[in-house]
Design a protein around this ligand. Sequence first.
Ligand code: ZN
Ligand code: ZN
Length: 538
Amino acid sequence: MNKIVFTLLVLCTVGCGFKSEKADLIIHNAKIYSLDEQNSVHQAIAIRGDSIVALGAEREILNKFSGKQIDAKGATLYPGFIDAHSHLYGYSLTQIQLDLKGVKSESEMLAKIAAFKKANPTLKAITGRGWDESEWPTKKLPSRTRIDSIVPNIPLLLGRVDGHSAIVNKAALDLADFNSETTIEGGYVDYNNGILKEVAVQVVADKLPFNITDFDKLINRGANNCIEAGLTTVCDAGLPLEVLKNYQDLAAKGNLPVRLYAMAEPSQENFHYYKTQGTVDEPFFKQYAVKAYADGSLGSRSAALIGDYHDDEGNSGILTTSPDSLEKIAELCDALGLQLNTHCIGDRALNVTLNAYSKFLKPNNDKRWRIEHVQVVQESDLDLFGKLGVVPSVQPTHATSDAKWAAERLGPNRLNLSYAYQTLTKQLGWIALGTDFPVEDIDPIATFYSAVFREDIGGKLNEKFLAEEALTREQALRGITIWAALSMHMEDEVGSLETGKKADLVLLNTDLLEANPEAIKNTSVLLTIIGGKVVFKK
Ligand SMILES: [Zn+2]
Ligand SMILES: [Zn+2]
């Protein structure tokens, strides 16, 4: 026998019989989509501590590593899902507030208010969210008259499903010193009906006696729902300093169940904090971004459009932050090295914001300033995304939820470049996906489904909505993993399965890149792992 072959044989025998390395957890017999640059697919993965130590073929990993094993029985393993735009605190609050999602009429809403009040007699204020008059037979906004007789003595504020309008009762209006003459810059007040929009909602909300005694418990409850849905990193967009500090405490105690990327609201207080205390970059908590609002929402007809609403002559929406103030915010973010993410739904809001960005973003910069939502785009603004390196951050379930009335609001011409996710993806070569929960459900599979099939996963739409703007399956999967991580400056830690990265994984009973749409609708999360720890098991 040739000497070299003999030596190799000996080495192999020794190597195969002796597991040379220790791992804390080995998952094998899986189809593993790594979503690394080569799109490698593996069968087994070894984890030590909170990180990935190896990926490879079944025998290769099992022969090399000893440790606790999980047999995936052929299921598909992905990087843990990431929601690039969501509101964890707001979502967690909805778990203890009056939930008005799916309410079919104003009378049903009134009945729910009465029942909630009866069930919670000690509350100092009633808050809730989720009503949507476009789902009611009347299609008309509600009015406070009958609410005032049900809840006469304590303030009540109920947000519309998009969070950009709210109905309030007389007690809440009194608390904020609103009367029939009140006007609010960047907002709208209909005193007689108790309808508020944009900044006016915030003014009243800030006055309410919120009573959150146990922040840890509240966030844990919301975060655990995320984990069960396969999410391992989520976002909390637009936070006041008090909530940011609560999160910092939670993270310092090691009690944040998911990784969180926080965006501060652009208040003086927050900028002062960034100036004096700097940013936070811990494995479970990231705070180096600011969220500004350029306009409202299409649902509330407060998104700032170029030209009037197709179904509301004379109304072109609201710029909730003036162009000068936006530029000031951009200047501060630039000076402090912060990432700026601005909510822009209408094409006018987008134009104003990109103009403000262009004063501070040089070609080939890597700041990854983002535009949130990007629902309506003027064609001449498109190439600014590529030129300035601005990241589109979109929510595919918004597209399929808005599909039923988007054409009425926008008219046929503007609809062409609306919810245009494929066109937007082409600008930088990537796009970040999220849900904006609690506006939409937390489910990342619903995001994938809407992005790829341009239909809602619940099957309410009868036809595909602007099907030519669909993402490919791979794009959509990257959008909820590595591209979302990129949009949060977290790609070195999470978003793909590669040696050295954090062991954040999700095991599904469905192969999202190959299964038929029906099978995708029935996807179950079998296992969620964050930082090497099993945090959910079906
Ligand atoms: Zn927003
Ligand atoms: Zn949002």
